[in-house]
Design a protein around this ligand. Structure first.
Ligand code: SAH
Ligand code: SF4
Ligand code: F3S
Length: 474
């Protein structure tokens, strides 16, 4: 009988991609997926350390498995990803029944490590070198990118794929754990990216989403030739079959004119830019060591608006960072109000041990204040998002249909023939409509009749008389 794998993923798109690759490598070994831990022979958590809450969630999920391990000692329980890299052996101490700890730079080893545990080899741990545990080259090598060419049959969504173009981060914003858990910034060779994208497209993939912590800092040097992000977009645009290219996340300082011009001129390139500002106050940005002032950010937004006027721009904000005063917070509100982002993700500052922020500044904004600022900014952004979506009412948009909507998942209708579907426009707007299962994966025109802050509601535009009938009738 096939072995069963349960995997839970938290964190960013990098983790979603990593989980896809781990699942594919285990399915090749004969595993099948299950959605409950009771049936599973192997239980994996792909973890995130960006905020305390993400870690707490995993430690409590692990806590719930204590009994399962006592009654089924052969179950393999593994912790993968950023928290595995950050906490390492501490995970064995907090949850002694964990068998496997694998950092994000070592995921290619998962199948062998599980086989080793099953063969009686005891608990296994593979992590990469820390940022001070070797030369730059040694550390880079220890964060190997795990990007095998993917087997189409193993892909969760054949028409859409994440493609990693960079790993790691060297920006070291003072609040952020990512550079220590994901290692040094390294761009993948363009030839590898193109081969991967060509293969995906030849297998029916219509949309690729390029991933990097600071994706627009992409730069690859070979001899005297440097490939920039804009060059990569031009090459990717030439791939037959690909309809859409998106990329996340952008770093404000690296939003160059050549990139914006490429976004404007390449029809396959989504006019959608996620460029987190984090704060509207210079003193906060300085303590965050973001490397730009709010004047620089505004100047960048002006360039975006003038080169790609129809771009949908989204942002991230952290409220309650160390020393953030009410005046600082008001400056963030002012920025949101004035820039009218399509959407913003707003987070309460969560101190991360091991970051420079934790060493340098006290986490001195009380939790209730963080909560209030979070709610206020969110309320303001929601109004802006709703206003931003209103002009779509009465218009027709092209939607790449992704699958059952959240409502059909909740109502248990996700498996029926007729169901509510969801997809996205080129500008990353979520569209929900009634449709048919066979439409999943197609790009269809949808007429929008309603909108709220986060969703456009529409109906499939049916052409009753197609071009063939026109010519027959004529
Ligand atoms: N590389 C990306 C995203 C990194 S993590 C970037 O630079 O934008 C995603 C978001 O989480 C960040 O944009 C930031 O808003 C938030 N974040 C990171 N560390 C955090 C922390 N310690 N507390 C709260 N939010 C944090
Ligand atoms: Fe973290 Fe800053 Fe790097 Fe983004 S750019 S991953 S926020 S250190
Ligand atoms: Fe979290 Fe790691 Fe991504 S810390 S946000 S899963 S890079």
């Amino acid at each position: 009988m096939a072995k069963k794998l349960y995997i839970e993923t938290v964190g960013c798109q990098m983790n979603v991609l990593d989980s896809e690759l781990v699942v594919a490598s285990l399915r090749k070994q004969g595993y099948e997926l299950t959605d409950n831990t009771t049936d599973a022979d192997t239980i994996l958590f792909n973890t995130c350390s960006v905020r305390q809450h993400a870690e707490d969630k995993i430690y409590s999920a692990l806590g719930r498995l204590k009994n399962a391990k006592q009654t089924h000692p052969h179950k393999v329980i593994g912790v993968l990803g950023c928290m595995a890299q950050k906490d390492q052996r501490l995970i064995f101490e907090r949850a002694p029944y964990v068998d496997l700890i694998v950092g994000p730079g070592q995921l290619h080893q998962v199948p062998d490590l599980i086989a080793g545990i099953e063969a009686g080899g005891g608990p296994q741990m593979e992590v990469s070198l820390g940022r001070k545990e070797g030369s730059r080259q040694q550390i880079e090598r220890s964060h190997e990118s795990f990007d095998p060419l993917r087997d189409a049959a193993m892909r969760p969504t054949p028409y859409q794929a994440y493609v990693r173009i960079m790993i790691g981060c060297d920006k070291f914003c003072t609040y952020c754990i990512v550079p220590s858990v994901r290692g040094p910034e390294q761009s993948r060779p363009p030839s590898e990216i193109l081969i991967e994208a060509q293969k995906l497209a030849s297998e029916g993939c219509k949309e690729i989403i390029l991933l990097g912590q600071t994706v627009n800092s992409y730069r690859y040097k070979e001899g005297d030739r440097t490939t920039r992000m804009s060059d990569l977009l031009v090459s990717l645009s030439e791939i037959d079959g690909l309809e859409r290219i998106k990329f996340v996340t952008n770093y404000p300082k690296d939003m160059t004119d050549d990139l914006l011009t490429a976004v404007r001129d390449l029809p396959k390139c989504a006019k959608y830019l996620h460029v987190p500002a984090q704060s509207g106050s210079n003193s906060v940005l300085e303590r965050m060591k973001r490397g730009y002032s709010i004047e620089d950010y505004r100047e960048m937004m002006e360039r975006i608006r003038s080169i790609v006027p129809d771009a949908a721009v989204t942002s991230d904000f952290i409220v309650g960072f160390c020393g953030e005063t009410e005046d600082d917070f008001q400056l963030t509100c002012k920025l949101v109000h004035e820039q009218r982002f399509k959407n913003s993700f707003i987070f309460k500052y969560s101190e991360r041990p091991g970051t420079r922020g934790a060493d340098l500044f006290p986490d001195d904004v009380p939790e209730e204040v963080k909560k209030r600022r979070n709610n206020e900014l969110l309320a303001m952004q929601n109004v802006i998002s709703e206003v931003d979506n209103q002009p779509f009412i009465g218009r027709q948009v092209e939607v790449l249909i992704e699958g059952p909507s959240k409502a059909s998942e909740r109502q248990g209708t996700a498996d029926s023939e007729q169901l509510q579907l969801t997809g996205r426009t080129m500008c990353d707007r979520i569209v929900v409509f009634d449709g048919n299962r066979r439409q999943i994966g197609q790009t269809l025109p949808i007429a929008i009749y309603d909108a709220n802050a986060h969703t456009l509601f529409g109906a499939v535009v049916t052409q009753h008389v197609g071009p063939e009938l026109f010519s027959l009738g004529a």
